[in-house]
Design a protein around this ligand. Sequence first.
Ligand code: NCD
Length: 379
Amino acid sequence: MTEAEHVSFQPETDRNWEAFYKQDVSAKIPSFSRDGRIYDCIYAQQFNRPLLDELFTITDKLRDITKTVEGEDYVSSLLRNKRTMLWFTQPSTRTFLSFLNACQILGMNTSDIRDAKTSSEAKLETFYDTVRTFSSYADVLVMRHPEAGAAEKAAWTLKAGDRPIPVLNGGSGPDQHPTQALLDVYTLDRYLQRNMKRNGDQASAERGSGIDGKKIALVGDLKRGRTVRSLAYLMKNYWDVELTLIAPEQFKMESDIRGFLDKHGIPYHETDNFEEGIRDADAIYMTRVQDEHDATKGESAKVDYSGFGLKPKHMRMIKKSCIIMHPLPRRTEIDSEIDQDPRAVYWKQERNGMWVRAALMSYVFKKEGDILGYNPVKK
Ligand code: NCD
């Protein structure tokens, strides 16, 4: 960009944003990388298998190192000079807290805005000025926003300004939730691998990811559930995965995802028959109705969702080695009695989010070598 272009740049009104946004994701991905690495985490499609494997190795190592006070001291010194802005103007418990705690693990300071009414957005400050202000104080922006494309717009708009910082998408409307997909894949991998070992299949457990060759059922509001959408994209990184998409007609997976699965040769089967769909699954991923995205008031309430809940009787029908996941929060999709079943891993999944996000943050700031190379001093 020349000096003159820079001065005339008006991110809010610039029709270049519309032109950029309309492009195919694969064409946009290079703009979110720097030095051959992911810089902004906007789309699940940015991740390939070597990077996923690397991030999960960092995750495991972080968990291990921080078991001792000495290791925790070491890790919490790694990013002491970096600051995170947490901009969450849509409700969040887990994503917010896990990012916050991930930052604390790495020694980062944080600032947050959790309600647009309490920031200058309420004074009609422009989107660009708001995010540009965050970059005056922070070295990375983590954001959740009600609109699809918002994180991407923040990354794009910051890049055109004078102080770009990385943007990590913590959920953009009904569109994507890439860091949730990371923790979901980590959880699938680790717990399916555990099951293979338990079943005496040591060789396959050690060969690849626990996900390779598995049948995964995605259940619920697949149309507007950003977690299942991002997770479906990540499936291209695994061998011989089969998906069962279980949803009422009104909440069927959208054609963009189905087209992606077709393009990448990932077989899938769509059904509205919950019991038939879950029977031979290796993992069942439950989701709630995303009624905050209703186009007309009360639209979701008209859909009969009663047949899309996991009840104790279903635990006798499914595989003994199957794992049950949920991004949470849940409503009635999983009976709380199921929490006691060892196949329910959603509380572990929730905690995994903190470690995976810490690993991602360390990768963004190129600290993975310091983590992987750490050896405690022998006493
Ligand atoms: C999900 C979300 O916000 O998309 N929650 C989360 O981040 N763990 C799922 C949901 O709200 O249903």
